[in-house]
Design a protein around this ligand. Structure first.
Ligand SMILES: NC(=O)c1ccc[n+]([C@@H]2O[C@H](COP(=O)([O-])OP(=O)(O)OC[C@H]3O[C@@H](n4cnc5c(N)ncnc54)[C@H](OP(=O)(O)O)[C@@H]3O)[C@@H](O)[C@H]2O)c1
Length: 245
């Protein structure tokens, strides 16, 4: 049985990823800040912790290996929006540090910690493991009321490229899914705004994305269907990324 680590597993996109992998017969170690997770399965191991904490990232990796052994897949989902949307001219250093510490630094150093283990995995058809990051359309789209989030996700896109480059020689493809507008707690505060934009024709596929849309893409990129793809970003966004006239 293959073993996958999923950060940010308690809600939204991360929870959909956990379900997808458990249903397909994988073992999952998941992390969130909540004390408990709703998943109950002999194949699921939950670690409560904060991705921005070095000690908690170490605890996650140690618990994963102790419980289920070799880590075959890493899915970096955990991420936060700013606590308060503020214009770029009013953005605070506290908010910048919080968002960058979780979204970018946390993702970078969890990837580093897991990669150090993965490179020692035995090779199977040239592959030692898969890594997939969840960035965002915000990696390339300006939203001046949450600049720190955009910067953090642009950073995640470079984390994808750097590790794709560094780990290719070990047989570890590293790719990224860029969600569009997905129906989760993160977007619930701005639901009306996005309802109106989608109703007004923002997206070629004119509906909200669901967490399962993202989990399906993550699964395809990390389970052997696409072993010659690395450093790639897959827009799962109903076509938002296209320029249209
Ligand atoms: N929803 C969208 O439209 C959208 C679009 C583009 C990209 N994304 C990205 O997709 C990812 C998931 O978003 P979502 O919409 O599913 O968000 P969500 O519903 O708010 O869930 C976020 C998840 O991340 C966990 N988390 C947050 N901060 C953490 C931390 N410091 N340490 C460990 N876990 C932490 C949360 O766990 P706890 O609840 O236990 O704290 C929760 O499981 C994020 O990286 C987000 O930026 C989302």
């Amino acid at each position: 049985m293959k073993h996958v680590i999923i950060s940010g597993c308690t809600r939204g996109i991360g929870a959909a990823c956990v379900k997808k992998f458990l249903d397909a017969g994988y073992r999952v170690t998941g992390m969130g800040r909540s004390a408990k997770s709703d998943f109950e399965s002999v194949n699921f191991n939950y670690v409560s912790g904060d991705l921005s904490s070095s000690a908690d990232r170490q605890k996650l990796v140690e618990s994963a290996i102790k419980k289920f052994g070799q880590i075959d897949i890493l899915v970096n989902v955990a991420g936060v929006a700013p606590l308060e949307r503020r214009d770029l001219l009013e953005m605070t250093e506290e908010s910048y540090d919080r968002v960058m510490d979780i979204n970018t630094k946390g993702t970078l150093f969890l990837t580093q910690a897991v990669a150090r283990e993965m490179i020692n995995n035995p090779e199977e058809k040239g592959i030692r493991g898969y890594i997939c990051n969840i960035s965002s359309l915000s990696a390339y789209t300006s939203s001046t009321s949450r600049g720190e989030y955009c910067i953090s996700k642009a950073g995640v896109s470079m984390v994808t490229k750097l590790f794709a480059d560094r780990l290719a020689e070990y047989g570890i493809p590293v790719n990224e899914v860029r969600p569009g507008i997905i129906n989760t707690d993160m977007t619930s505060k701005v639901k009306e705004k996005y309802d109106n934009l989608i109703g007004g024709g923002l997206l070629p596929i004119s509906r909200w994305g669901e967490p399962e849309d993202i989990a399906d893409a993550v699964f395809a990129l990390t389970t052997g269907a696409l072993p010659y793809v690395t450093g790639q970003s897959l827009d799962v966004d109903g076509g938002f990324h296209m320029r249209r006239l």
